[in-house]
Ligand binder design. Structure first.
Ligand code: FES
Length: 150
C-alpha cells in the first residue's frame, strides 16, 4: 500500500486532515456567526431619541460633506449626495454590528454579513430581516446644528 508518511497510510492521513479542516471551519463559523458583534439587534421603537449635533464640532465634520456620516447616540446620521440629512439606528438588526453609510448607493451597509438598508431603514438585502429605526432630522443652517429625534 502507498504511504504518504512512513507510519501512516493515505486514508489515515486524509481522515486526520479532513477532521482538522472541519474543526477549523466550525471554529471560524462559530466566531463569525456568534453573538460577538455586540449591540442590540432589535431597535426599540419606544426608545426616545433627541439630540443635537453641532456641525462645527470636530467629531461632526463629516456631516458637512455630501456623502459623509457620523454615529452618535447609537444613531447613524448621514448627508446624502443630494444634500439631504437622514438618520437611522446605527446597529444592524441581524447581530448588532455598527453600520456604515455608502453614499454612492445611498444605503446603510453592514460590514459583517453584508445586509443592506435603504435610507428609511428598510431591509434591501439580508440576512437581516428587521428594519432599522428611522429618525427625524432637522437642520438649522443658521445655527449650524442638526437635531435628530423620534
Ligand atoms: S450583523 Fe449580520 S448582517 Fe449585519
Amino acid at each position: 500500500m502507498e504511504t504518504i508518511f512512513p507510519s501512516m497510510d493515505r486514508h489515515e492521513f486524509f481522515r486526520i486532515v479532513g477532521t482538522s479542516i472541519g474543526a477549523i471551519l466550525l471554529t471560524n463559523c462559530a466566531a463569525g456567526c456568534g453573538d460577538k458583534a455586540g449591540g442590540d439587534p432589535t431597535p426599540d421603537p419606544n426608545q426616545k431619541v433627541d439630540f443635537t449635533l453641532r456641525l462645527s464640532d470636530k467629531g461632526n465634520e463629516n456631516l458637512t460633506v455630501k456623502g459623509g456620516y457620523v454615529v452618535s447616540n447609537n444613531v447613524i446620521v448621514a448627508q446624502t449626495k443630494a444634500g439631504q440629512f437622514i438618520a437611522v439606528s446605527a446597529n444592524c438588526t441581524h447581530e448588532g454590528t455598527q453600520l456604515i453609510y455608502r453614499a454612492n448607493d445611498n444605503q446603510f451597509y453592514c460590514p459583517l454579513h453584508l445586509s443592506r438598508f435603504d435610507p428609511t431603514g428598510k431591509v434591501l438585502y439580508g440576512p437581516a430581516t428587521q428594519p432599522l429605526t428611522q429618525y427625524i432630522v432637522e437642520s438649522d443652517t443658521a445655527a449650524g446644528t442638526i437635531r435628530v429625534h423620534t
